[in-house]
Every structure is written in structure tokens, then in C-alpha cells.
Design a protein around this ligand. Structure first.
Ligand SMILES: Nc1ncnc2c1ncn2[C@@H]1O[C@H](COP(=O)(O)OP(=O)(O)OP(=O)(O)O)[C@@H](O)[C@H]1O
Ligand SMILES: O=P(O)(O)OC[C@H]1O[C@H](OP(=O)(O)OP(=O)(O)O)[C@H](O)[C@@H]1O
Ligand SMILES: O=C(O)c1cccnc1
Ligand SMILES: [Mg+2]
Length: 507
């Protein structure tokens, strides 16, 4: 309604066709960090391609906006994104405050109508991709990270976005089947819950292979005759159902008893030439219990050395894991090989919203500025070009915004980079290479790049994280990354600022 109301007022004022430019950017990185991982462009591109109003939507808008006349409704009826040029960062890129992630140029009315949609399509995907990247950085490169969050997500749609963009951010798989169905190629996996284990008590009604169950019980009785019988039955049934995918939840009654039950089934499977997958721990001290699991696996390895799978068994842990728990586990000795993470990942509990904004910076070639008492909120006016200046070690030195008509920075040439608002903060920089931060992604009614896939984003994130200095990426008190403007843009910004700010009269 926000956008439609302005749309009508622009139409009445006959300014709806004026050429304009809007920029989408964030001012403060989330989670107390220094960076975001850009995501959501795939959905933006598909929105641009499909943008339009149906007759029934137009009818509804007439009801909502009694001020709308036939002329306005006709204008909406014929709207499409063919008159827009959109430039954007590419998914998986590391992005920093105030640098435009998406720039939309075209008729004012149309650009305005896109505001809320573009923000909702970028804010959450970028937030979750950033959260997932931080979880990956905290966990290190080797463990498997599984997204388990659909049950706690902000609705089914939020849950599917979470699954997809968590994978872009470095997760390996999701338990969300709908996400895998929508986005073919996402790895989908699931283990078992306590309810499954709890549903069995003893062996009454057992219809599986008798010799298998007998063998499992014999192995168990040698090691620890007192383990829970219902749990053992649950594992035996599951192993027969999933001869290649036996991963047992071991903490329903007593974690170590569960591990012995698992190993007993594993021995009987091994004798049939089958390979069990591992265990999942869902409570208690996950570091300690993972070491205990490995100790029991080693004990069984000593007793059954002919079976070759003991060293490769997975130890999956879950239960309210967040970034802090991952950091804490990183400092302890443990034998965890995989993490299942739900609530804290998908709800981004540490910071549930990213504050990207969408601001008008130019109309009919004239810059526009929004002033604020809060200096951080003062808008950098005019259309700009943005570059990442790379140093001799391949890591980014700073991001630089220049005015559209300025000469781009070139490798080997020394230039002055300035903080946009603090006059004394400036530096000379001689980049080894210069990378443009945005690409034209939409023009003349057609996409200008192939539709971005999750895999593209994942790869780009990996490359960019690899190149970035660790102190910019660290969890606590990261080193600020310099986002700067050229001397020309600095002068321009402050000139426009003075022109627009009234001089107060005191008496
Ligand atoms: N070794 C560890 N170091 C740091 N944090 C841990 C460690 N082990 C577990 N945690 C975390 O500590 C918290 C334990 O929560 P809580 O005490 O409610 O669980 P629990 O009682 O073990 O399990 P549940 O309530 O599910 O039966 C979880 O957030 C878990 O991820
Ligand atoms: O803890 P999360 O990061 O959200 O990960 C997913 C959790 O969801 C399931 O348990 P659920 O929370 O349904 O039950 P529980 O807390 O009683 O184990 C699962 O066993 C994990 O513990
Ligand atoms: O597959 C699992 O183990 C799983 C999936 C979702 C939530 N909790 C656990
Ligand atoms: Mg729980």
C-alpha cells in the first residue's frame, strides 16, 4: 500500500515516467560482524521477469484505492520491467555497509513499486546466508553441517528460503524435503527422532530377520547385557529398512547404552557386508559424549578388527547449537563429524532481521540526498560505480565508490580513498587489481546473466571468504573494513549536503 499510494501520487503529478535511480544497501552488518554474504538475486530476477498485475489484482487495488482512476489502473495493467536496468552484486559475494547491492534505474513510478518486494527478497536470504557463513567459519571446513530448522522457521516459506540460502552459506544439506523439491540439487537428509525409538518396547511382534536379531543380541550380551531392549529393537528394525543409511539416535534412554546398542547392530550388519553410518547425540555435553562414542567404537574395533568401518563412523550432534556453542566446541577436544542445526540458524536468533534499505539517489540525472541527524543515515547521493581494490597478497584492501562520470581506479595507480563522512579518515591506495562490484543483471526486459544457482553462490562465497583477511571475518570485534568514496564523490556529497541543509536562525 505504501508503494501503491506513492505510485498513484506520482501518476497524478505526472512524474511517474521521470528517470530515476534507487539503491538497495545495508548500513550495519548483522551479528556484530563486519560483512554480509549477498543472496536472493535469483528471486529478484524471477520477480523482474514475472512482474505484472492480474485483472483480479487490479480489481482489488481499485477497492483499496478509491482515488485510483481508470488511467492509473491502465498504467498498472501495462506495467512490466522492460524499461528497467538493474545492476547487482552476485550471490555469494562478501558485501559491506553502504555499498549498493542492487541499483535499479528506470521510470520513477515503477522503480518505487518494487521497493518492498526487492527488500523482502534480499533481506532474509542475505541474513541467513551470512548466519550460515558464520556458523561454517565457527565450525571449520571439515565437519558436515546439516540444516534442521523447518519446524522452527518463520512459516513454510521462510523455512524453504532458510534451507536454500543456508546451503549457499556453507551448509551441506537440509532435512527440508520441500526445499529440495523446489531447488533440485540441494542435498536432503534426515535421521530418526526419539519418538521412533520410544515407539518400540521389547521384541513382541517382531517380523524381521530372526538370525539378524539373534546375532545383534548375542553381540550386545557379551558387551553390555543391560541396554534398553526397545531401543535395540528400534535400531534392528531401522538397520533392516536402511541397510546403507543406518544412523541411530542414541540418547533416548542412556547415551552410552545407546552407543553399545548401535555398535551391536553395526557388528551384525558388518558380518553381512553392510556399512553402518553412525550415531546422533542430541543432549548432554556434546564434546565429552562424542569422545566417549569414539572410545566405544575403538573398543568394538579391538574386538571386531575384521570390520573396517569403525574409524569412518559419523558422530552427528544436535540440540540448540548456535555460533557460540560451535566456537566453544572448537576449543575443546571432541570427535564430532557433523552438526544438525535448526532453531538458531533459521530464525537467526542472534539478530532476526537485516536492515537493507532502498533509497532514491537520482531523478532525471539530478542527485538526491536524504539528510539525517544520525550521520550514518545520510544518503550518498547520485549514481555511482563501485569497485573492490585488491592488494598484492590477493586480499581486498577496501571498497571504493566513485561518481558515474569519474574515471575508474586502475591497477598500479595510486588514488585517494576517503571515509564518506569523517574528513580526517583517508588513505592512499595502489591496488594490484580492481574488481567491479556490480554487474548488469537485467536490461531491455531480459536477464543479462544466467539465472544464479545455489551452487554458483556457494562457490563464490567460498572463494571470497578464502581471499578475505581473517580479522575482518572473525566473530568478535572484527577489524573494520574500509568502505570509501573517491575524493570527487566526497566533495560532491558534501556540496549537495550543504545545498540541501537549511541554515538555522537563532534569536
Ligand atoms: N561441550 C559443550 N560445550 C559448549 N556447549 C555445549 C556443549 N555440549 C552441549 N552444549 C550446548 O549446551 C546446551 C545444553 O542445553 P540443555 O542443558 O538444555 O540440554 P540437555 O539438557 O543436555 O538436553 P535436553 O534438554 O535436550 O535433554 C545446548 O545449547 C548445547 O548445544
Ligand atoms: O535444536 P535445534 O538446533 O533446533 O535442532 C533440531 C532439534 O530438533 C529436534 O529436537 P526437538 O527440538 O524437536 O526436541 P527436543 O528439544 O526435545 O530434543 C532434534 O532432535 C534437534 O535437537
Ligand atoms: O534428521 C534429523 O535428525 C532431524 C531433522 C530435523 C530436526 N531434527 C532432527
Ligand atoms: Mg530442542
Amino acid at each position: 500500500m505504501y508503494q501503491l499510494s506513492m505510485g498513484l501520487a506520482y501518476f497524478r503529478a505526472n512524474t511517474h515516467l521521470k528517470s530515476s535511480t534507487f539503491e538497495l544497501f545495508f548500513r550495519k552488518p548483522p551479528f556484530g560482524g563486519e560483512f554480509c554474504v549477498f543472496a536472493g538475486l535469483d528471486q529478484v530476477m524471477s520477480h523482474l521477469a514475472n512482474f505484472g498485475f492480474t485483472e483480479s489484482q487490479l480489481q482489488y487495488i481499485r477497492e483499496l484505492l478509491p482515488e485510483a482512476d481508470d488511467g492509473f489502473i491502465n498504467y498498472l495493467r501495462n506495467l512490466s520491467c522492460s524499461s528497467l536496468t538493474v545492476t547487482s552484486a552476485l550471490p555469494g559475494s562478501l558485501v559491506f555497509p553502504r555499498v549498493p547491492l542492487i541499483t535499479v534505474s528506470g521510470p520513477l513510478g515503477l522503480c518505487q513499486l518494487l521497493e518492498t518486494t526487492l527488500l523482502t527478497l534480499i533481506n532474509y536470504p542475505t541474513l541467513i546466508a551470512t548466519n550460515a557463513t558464520r556458523f561454517r567459519l565457527a565450525a571449520g571446513p571439515s565437519p558436515t553441517l546439516l540444516e534442521f530448522g523447518l519446524r522452527r522457521a518463520q512459516g513454510p516459506d521462510g523455512g524453504c528460503s532458510a534451507s536454500k540460502y543456508a546451503i549457499l552459506g556453507g551448509f551441506d544439506g537440509t532435512s527440508n524435503v520441500t526445499a529440495g523439491w523446489i531447488e533440485r540439487g540441494l542435498k536432503v537428509s534426515g535421521t530418526m527422532a526419539h519418538s521412533y525409538v520410544m515407539s518400540f518396547r521389547g521384541w513382541e511382534g517382531y517380523g524381521g530377520a530372526e538370525d539378524f536379531a539373534t546375532e545383534v543380541r548375542e553381540v550386545r550380551d557379551v558387551k553390555w547385557p543391560g541396554t534398553n531392549e526397545g531401543e535395540l529393537r528400534a535400531f534392528v528394525e531401522y538397520a533392516q529398512c536402511f541397510p546403507k543409511g543406518f544412523l541411530a539416535l542414541v540418547d533416548t534412554y542412556d547415551t552410552m547404552g545407546g552407543v553399545y546398542n548401535f555398535c551391536s547392530v553395526a557388528v551384525a550388519m558388518g558380518r553381512k557386508g553392510l556399512k553402518p553410518v553412525g550415531v546422533r547425540l542430541d543432549s548432554g555435553d556434546l564434546a565429552y559424549l562424542s569422545r566417549e562414542c569414539r572410545r566405544v567404537f575403538n573398543e568394538f574395533k579391538a574386538s571386531y578388527p575384521a570390520l573396517e568401518f569403525w574409524d569412518g563412523l559419523q558422530i552427528v550432534v544436535s540440540n540448540d547449537i548456535n555460533e557460540e556453542v560451535l566456537v566453544a566446541l572448537g576449543k575443546q577436544e571432541h570427535c564430532i563429524t557433523a552438526y544438525g542445526i535448526g532453531t538458531n540458524l533459521v530464525t537467526c536468533q542472534a539478530q532476526p532481521a537485516l536492515g537493507c534499505v532502498y533509497k532514491l539517489v537520482e531523478v532525471e540525472g539530478e542527485p538526491r540526498i536524504k539528510l539525517s541527524q544520525d550521520i550514518e543515515k545520510v544518503l550518498i547521493p547520485g549514481r555511482k560505480r563501485c569497485y573492490r581494490l585488491i592488494g598484492s597478497d590477493g586480499s581486498p584492501l577496501l571498497d571504493l565508490m566513485i561518481m558515474e562520470d569519474e574515471a575508474p581506479p586502475t591497477p598500479g595507480t595510486r588514488i585517494l580513498a576517503r571515509h564518506p563522512f569523517e574528513e580526517q579518515k583517508r588513505c592512499f591506495v595502489t591496488p594490484t587489481s580492481v574488481v567491479p562490484l556490480t554487474t548488469v543483471v537485467w536490461k531491455d526486459g531480459a536477464p543479462q546473466i544466467p539465472y544464479p544457482t545455489v551452487e554458483d553462490g556457494r562457490r563464490r562465497r567460498e572463494e571470497e571468504v578464502e581471499k578475505c583477511r581473517e580479522d575482518h571475518l572473525r566473530t568478535h570485534n572484527p577489524t573494520p573494513y574500509k568502505v570509501s568514496v573517491s575524493h570527487g564523490l566526497y566533495k560532491f556529497l558534501h556540496k549537495i549536503w550543504l545545498e540541501e541543509a537549511p541554515v538555522v536562525e537563532l534569536s
